[in-house]
Design a protein around this ligand. Structure first.
Ligand SMILES: [Zn+2]
Length: 295
């Protein structure tokens, strides 16, 4: 317990140092970068988080001795370009990227990473290939589908002396989602299976199986020190799983008692979680979940 506290304190210090250091050197940055170093000597983890008013999307760089590996690309082009500039400032080759799941807010920014070979779960690649161009057209913003070069499957791969442990979760926040655990770096990248300090996207409407996934992950990753969500700030305590489970339980209660009244559900969620940001996730994703056409 004592050493865990020490590690958390260390990561917090590193985080604050990183934030202030980058705020100083890249003062025009619109996003924030968190850097976590587990002290393994094998690598560091940099997480770029877009502003909360822009959905607080995260993109992560795993910095190994001689290369960089990226997870997710941002939604809007300006943030994707800023994230790319930050990655380039580290002075190492971007070896590859992983896309965590099929939602466009994680891949549209690949417009800034067209030169990077990208991997994802087969179902995610199939979805983006089938629907990506249509989605981009509908959004009407500069965007590209990723440069897919191969697929990933559950299991462990070793890159630069670091184990990359891939898991697949179905019917949770999205239809298919990848979790990437990095045991040597004491880090687990959960993307949209986990939220941190923001309201959730609820459009997939599979709250029970998402809750089961969270319970499974809470056990699986309980000894890790650094948890990276898809939206919001990285966290240094596994308590974030309990927060997410509590949020989903409240969603289920609110939906059950609101007779499809989205405003009523939204009000209850905001009342129950008054400090959470990105309230705008609720009306549009509940409309999708409850199959109500957008007004
Ligand atoms: Zn997302």
């Amino acid at each position: 317990m004592k050493s865990q506290c020490k590690a958390i304190l260390l990561s917090m210090l590193i985080m604050f140092f990183a934030v202030s250091a980058h705020a100083g050197t890249m003062s025009a940055m619109k996003g924030v970068v968190y850097v976590y170093d587990s002290g393994s000597g094998l690598g560091k983890v940099h997480t770029y988080r877009a502003p909360f008013k822009a959905a607080a999307n995260t993109s992560t760089i795993i910095e190994l001795a001689d290369k960089l590996i990226i997870v997710d690309f941002q939604l809007a082009e300006p943030f994707a370009r800023e994230f790319r500039a930050y990655a380039d400032s580290l002075g190492k080759k971007i070896d590859r990227a992983y896309l965590s799941h099929e939602h466009p807010d994680h891949w549209m920014g690949s417009i800034a990473f067209q030169d990077v070979p990208t991997y994802a779960l087969p179902e995610v690649i199939d979805f983006v290939k089938a629907h990506g161009d249509k989605i981009i057209k509908k959004k009407g913003k500069p965007a590209k589908t990723p440069n897919f070069t191969g697929s990933i499957k559950a299991g462990t791969e070793t890159i630069g002396g670091v184990s990359f442990v891939f898991s697949q979760y179905k019917d949770s926040e999205s239809k298919n989602a990848m979790v990437l655990a990095l045991p040597e770096l004491n880090t687990v990248i959960l993307q949209d299976l986990l939220y941190s300090g923001t309201h959730f996207y609820l459009g997939n409407n599979t709250f029970d199986s998402w809750e089961s996934s969270l319970k499974k992950m809470a056990g699986e990753y309980k000894n890790y020190n650094w948890f990276i969500p898809g939206h919001g700030n990285p966290r240094s305590s596994a308590i974030v799983f309990e927060e997410n489970i509590a949020y989903l339980q409240k969603v289920k209660e609110a939906v059950a008692g609101a007779n499809d009244d989205i405003k009523k559900i939204q009000m209850q969620m905001v009342e129950s979680f008054p400090t959470y940001q990105c309230e705008f996730f609720l009306p549009f994703s509940l409309a999708i979940a409850l199959k109500q056409p957008a007004k």
